[in-house]
Design a protein. Structure first.
Length: 342
């Protein structure tokens, strides 16, 4: 008998096939280790039946109406490699394009749909093995219903994500023997640039300098499971409904912040870009650095009263992303790294 040790925990993941018959089944190769922490929770429900049968103690009549699982990837430093796993499983699988010329970057663009939802087979689902040296559990058809990206000055961006899965079972085979440990680079908040523009401009035209102190991007991807009568206790299929994307920012209370507060009162549409840069690519093309651009169209929803940090006046606002017909834009994530395939 083994006693579980925290340092020997792992989360191994493998990309499933995107055909309907392949989702929910493990692949035989290309297993990766998630570079972070997290736990796999069996969310199956056990119901005890109420009945009048003459026993003060009640009887042990039970049933399980549905099965499922949640893999919570706890808050950890976000990086330019593994955030692509979250996007592929939360938006859709993006086909990478090579950078122009001799550039070594691979560009993945996630343009969120506005009128036609994605099919479930557009999504990249994952199969998981998670546990420690004592017990390994596994679950399939993992997709991301929500994630959060948070940053503050002097730290790295932090990522927290949730994968929903079908039933959780004990893995008799245990962990894969030789999974890939990806090489990663953390995304630093201080290497983030904030741009805010009007609908007559494009994303990234106007830098708002020396203003952004902290930010939190909360994403409900719109993907949800549907339990139906289809011959099994786990969810029958997944579908995409309306996503909700909120950006909460803390500004230095300067003239730029006051301008955005004015735009909030006027309910003026704004184009916001958070441009996060990393180290230089091996060879530059259209992009010189590892990059994540987060482009949001929408309006300010709230502004708080003036706050204070260490004697410095600050102000926080919440921006809700929504499609604008004049700008013809909603939300776009553009990821550039040197990972050709996952």
């Amino acid at each position: 008998m083994s006693n579980g040790i925290k340092a020997l925990r792992q989360i191994q993941m493998s990309r499933e096939g995107n055909a309907t018959t392949d989702q929910g089944s493990p692949t035989t190769d290309n297993w990766y280790v998630w570079r972070g922490t997290g736990t796999l929770q069996d969310t199956s429900v056990v119901n005890f039946v109420s009945e009048d049968v003459g026993y003060l103690s009640g009887l042990d009549r039970t049933y399980i109406p549905f099965t499922g699982g949640i893999l919570n990837l706890e808050e950890t430093e976000a990086n330019f490699t593994q955030i692509g796993y979250i996007f592929d499983a939360g938006f859709y699988e993006a086909t990478p394009t090579t950078d122009t010329g001799s550039g070594t970057g691979y560009i993945r663009t996630y343009t969120l749909p506005t009128t036609t939802p994605k099919a479930s087979t557009d999504l990249q689902t994952y199969y998981f093995k998670a546990g420690d040296n004592n017990e390994v559990e596994e679950a399939g058809f993992g997709f991301v219903p929500e994630f959060t990206l948070s940053g503050t000055a002097g730290e790295a961006w932090k990522l927290n994500a949730t994968f929903e899965t079908r039933q959780v079972t004990t893995s008799t085979a245990g962990f894969e023997a030789s999974p890939t440990l990806p090489t990663v680079e953390e995304m630093l908040f201080t290497k983030t640039t904030l741009y805010i523009d009007s609908t007559g401009s494009t994303f990234g035209d106007t830098e708002v300098a020396s203003t952004l102190l902290a930010a939190q991007l909360s994403v409900k991807t719109g993907w949800q499971s549907v339990h139906n009568a289809s011959g099994q206790t786990y969810f029958g299929y997944i579908k995409q409904v309306m996503p909700e994307i909120l950006l909460n920012v803390t500004f230095e209370h300067n003239s730029s912040a006051a301008t955005e507060k004015t735009n909030w009162r006027a309910q003026t549409v704004r184009l916001i870009r958070l441009g996060i840069l990393g180290s230089a690519l091996t060879a530059a093309g259209a992009h010189t650095y590892h990059t994540l651009n987060i482009d949001l169209t929408g309006k300010w929803e709230t502004f708080d009263k003036i706050g204070e940090q260490n004697g410095n006046d600050v102000i926080s606002g919440t921006f809700r992303a929504r499609y604008n017909t004049t700008a013809a834009s909603f939300v776009i994530f553009t990821l550039v790294n040197e990972t050709a395939t996952y």
